[in-house]
Design a protein around this ligand. Sequence first.
Ligand SMILES: Cc1cc2nc3c(=O)[nH]c(=O)nc-3n(C[C@H](O)[C@H](O)[C@H](O)COP(=O)(O)O)c2cc1C
Ligand code: SF4
Length: 517
Amino acid sequence: MKIYVPRDAAALAVGADETARVIAAEAQRRGIAVELIRNGSRGLLWLEPLVEVDVAGTRLAYGPVQSDDVAGLFEADFTSGKPHALGHGPTEQIPYLKKQERLTFARVGITDPCSLEDYRQHGGYRGLAAALELEPAAIVASVTASGLRGRGGAAFPAGIKWKTVLGAQSAQKYIVCNADEGDSGTFSDRMLMEGDPFVLIEGMTIAGLATGATRGYIYLRWEYPQAKLALEAAIVAARVARYLGPDIQGSGKAFELEVRMGAGAYICGEETSLLESLEGKRGQVRFKPPLPALQGLWGKPTVINNVITFASVPIILDRGPEFYQHFGMGRSRGTLPMQLAGNIKHGGLVEIAFGMTLRELLYDYGGGSFSGRPIRAVQVGGPLGAYHPDSQFDTPLDYEAFAAIKGMLGHGGIVAFDDSVDMAAQARYAMEFCAIESCGKCTPCRIGSTRGVEVIDRLIAGKDAAKQEAILRDLCETLTYGSLCALGGLTPYPVISALNHFPQDFVNPVRAAGAAG
Ligand SMILES: Cc1cc2nc3c(=O)[nH]c(=O)nc-3n(C[C@H](O)[C@H](O)[C@H](O)COP(=O)(O)O)c2cc1C
Ligand code: SF4
């Protein structure tokens, strides 16, 4: 009898450990032999802790299961798949999951993240096996042909970056994984690292083979202790089975990997700050050029990619670039794990091919707002993403389509707000975020963001509002064109989108009433 209770941080936060403990105790009390597997999350976060029971090879879902529900579940004979008020039937048939196209997250929630054997039984390490048969240039060509673009935010083609590192002459090269995941409302990196750590290790190993890099680092945010545990256990298991080390699977090729913890700064997710931080220095943005691909970690050629970018590589090598290319629209190929957060009924992870509209995601998957009130605004792409009004909800989830409406998909984070939101406060928050997180290297961002908060305060207070708005727009233009990196450069997105789409929120009601009177 196999019972699955996620060990994912989102499940732990709502009591999964206690649920698991009580299931084990109750099973023992009743003399039922149970194998309790601590899997990753299926990504249906509103159902966590989501307990699954394997009945004749079909997994049945029950959730959310709190510890005091457990006795009742046993009483109802849930281990035989009998009905219960918390039952949802076969997990794979739950529409939220059934309609998804899970390529990168194919195993998350299904396998035991601690078991290399389980990983292999579910198609793991087939991509590496294929890569070991290829010349480095052919691996890079495969990644290029797949159309894979970086999933960390900038959507730069992964193959082009890898080709630059492959072509660089150096005795030492590095593979660095950006696992800083600082964007608000995002958790796909975390879910993947906790639920299927081997796929990230496999992807980074393939990147090493492709570029001639023999060492890799995963730069992980310190807020992810469960991911650290999962990754470190998986690295040890991979090393023991010779998937890492000096002689990968008898190929004579070497790749070693370790996890390094960040100290908690949004700017350390920016790739050059991250490299500074990895080198033990203060996380501050570097000038480009030189590109990290040519002079990255300790001045050596370095591939730096996001967790999801690396984790998408094994399936490309296994199934071929055409298979991956087949998903998506325009220049956005493959799938993107979207993360639904904020005021949303069914928050969680939805991996789907590019091309679905934001509205479908919000309503068909998200089920509308959690509060039941109309969704008024949605921030897409993290704290530097634009706020979109209902009139833009029919935009397809595609990098270019969002760029065309002065927004961005970024890392796929979606934060929904209902009609009680104050968009002027959100604009102020975005500017203040920049002021707090600025690395201080360039003037427009360091000084401009602080002045920007003051200007927004005066605008909201209605002190010479037209003039303040003109100053704010001018300042945002300076930030856009004068900032060294995208923290200062993109902060105008949330600020100006709030101002353009929700101007009524910037009108001070007291002063407006006074003027009218
Ligand atoms: C302020 C700032 C924060 C960033 N934070 C992250 C992050 O948390 N995770 C990430 O993968 N990329 C982040 N990026 C993007 C990285 O600079 C870089 O583009 C990415 O690591 C490249 O990998 P990719 O091509 O696979 O996306 C950030 C960029 C900026 C400007
Ligand atoms: S824009 Fe801001 S975070 Fe980026 S380099 Fe300039 S000061 Fe640093």
